[in-house]
Write a protein that binds this ligand. Structure first.
Ligand code: NDP
Length: 410
């Protein structure tokens, strides 16, 4: 019977706990651990009421790898699913090496004091995991995660070469709050205020944050939204693993209301990550801001609308130009009805469960450190359809792809 240790009891952790509990033949014994045990207990009670399954809970400070290693040994876990924050990634990888356990996460490592994320820190664990015969799977959320697998699947089944890749992440949901972020506010705001980087002709090109935008009409009646080009971590691994890509860009939708609030918060210094002395103590303004903003885990009750996340590709097949779009549409209210969470947590938590299932089944269990696109996409793609994130592929003309006219796709 497989034993897993899930670390992090936030919005995403709650979905992963529910979805793992719904697949008892793979996830035999689940322990949910986090910094605040009361949050784990509350999630365990919800899981019990929705699925009838008991999950164990524990307190852990995952910044302390010795503590995490002791918990891994105590639970007998074969796999740690890390859905705490990106700051904990390396300490949890160290704990897995120490306790002899596989590792998985949904976001790449980021140091607390620099708003910078890249894979180099985690790729540097390749030899240690390989030598120990252990597997680490990086970025098994939606983006990164499903967007990487979409690219591997398109490369396997539709293209000989992919030349351009545009990942388009639209959240057409409305939570009814003046301002809130869809996942951890600190991580989200660090990400969207960073300079934009996209890949073109062999290197990354930096431009101003949110400086390029355009409207995008989603398929299936989701609506038209303004999408902004920004940097996202999967671009780094995808251009490395698919060298035929000449241009790779990531786009995300933001409402005028979100951008207005963000601009004010930035202008008044509330998004700073350096310490500020306040009443005799050092505080980080962005961490304080997180404390006063709505908890993304609570937004499910009020959020209505849909997300639409997918990839537009151009390239060649059998010497001919080819283009296509692959996407998933997810309904916030349906997610809430199923697991008590909004669609951003859901679209991250479901792929985390599927990635874990792929590893535990052995299909994706290979010693070393892997990005999603390095593994065979077919089993994961089939599971998306089974476990709540069905996807569709449409052929596009190269002209449609160039103008992102996906809603008019045949
Ligand atoms: P939350 O802030 O809601 O939850 C994070 C959880 O981690 C909290 O329970 C927190 O505990 C816990 N935690 C923080 N520090 C520690 C620590 N040192 N030891 C133990 N537990 C700790 O975040 P989300 O659920 O919104 O996001 C979780 C992860 O998912 C993030 O890494 C995020 O970047 C990633 N993500 C990935 C996406 C993708 O598509 N790939 C999309 C969205 C998110 P406490 O409650 O005590 O603060």
């Amino acid at each position: 019977m497989n034993k897993v240790l899930l670390i992090g009891a936030g919005g995403v952790g709650s979905v992963v706990a529910h979805k793992c509990a719904m697949v008892p033949e793979v996830f035999g014994e689940i322990t949910l651990a986090s910094r605040t045990k009361a949050k784990c207990d509350a999630i365990a009670a919800e899981v019990k009421s929705r699925t009838g399954r008991e999950i164990a809970t524990a307190q852990v400070d995952a910044d302390d790898s010795a503590q995490t290693a002791a918990l891994i040994r105590k639970t007998g876990a074969r796999l740690v699913i890390n859905v705490a924050l990106p700051y904990q990634d390396l300490a949890i990888m160290d704990a897995c090496l120490e306790a002899g356990c596989d590792y998985m996460d949904t976001a790449n490592y980021e140091p607390k004091d620099v708003a910078k994320f890249e894979y180099s820190w985690q790729w540097a664990y390749q030899d240690r995991f390989a030598k120990a015969g252990l597997a680490a799977l990086l970025g098994s959320g939606f983006d990164p995660g499903v967007t990487n697998v979409f690219t591997a699947w398109a490369m396997k089944h539709h293209f000989d070469e992919i030349h351009t890749l545009d990942i388009i992440d639209v959240n057409g949901g409305n939570h009814g709050k003046a301002f809130a972020t869809n996942f951890n506010p600190e991580i989200n705001i660090r990400e969207v205020t960073a300079p934009c980087r996209h890949y073109e002709n062999g290197g990354f090109v930096e431009t101003g944050a949110m400086s390029l935008h355009q409207p995008f009409t989603c398929p299936d009646g989701v609506g038209t939204y303004e999408i902004y080009r920004m940097y996202h971590e999967e671009l780094e691994s995808l251009v490395k693993h698919f060298p035929s890509i000449r241009r790779a860009q990531f786009w995300m939708s933001f409402s005028p209301n979100y951008l207005k609030h963000l601009e004010v918060l930035q202008n008044v210094g509330m998004t700073r990550i350096d310490p500020v002395r306040f009443q005799g103590v050092d505080i980080i303004p962005l961490q304080f801001l997180k404390a006063v903003l709505p908890d993304p885990g609570d937004l499910g009750k009020t959020t209505k609308g849909k997300t639409c996340i997918g990839n537009v590709f151009t390239g060649t097949k059998d010497g001919q130009p080819k283009a296509g779009y692959i996407y998933n549409v997810c309904d916030h209210e349906a997610c809430f009805a199923e697991v008590g969470s909004q669609a951003i947590s859901y679209t991250t938590g479901v792929p985390a469960m599927i990635g874990a299932k792929q590893m535990l089944s052995g299909d994706w269990r290979k010693a070393g450190v892997w990005n999603m696109e390095q593994l065979d996409p077919d089993g994961f793609m089939a599971d998306l359809n089974v476990h709540g994130l069905p996807w569709k592929w449409s052929d596009l003309t190269p002209e449609q792809a160039a103008g992102f006219q996906v809603a008019q796709a045949p």
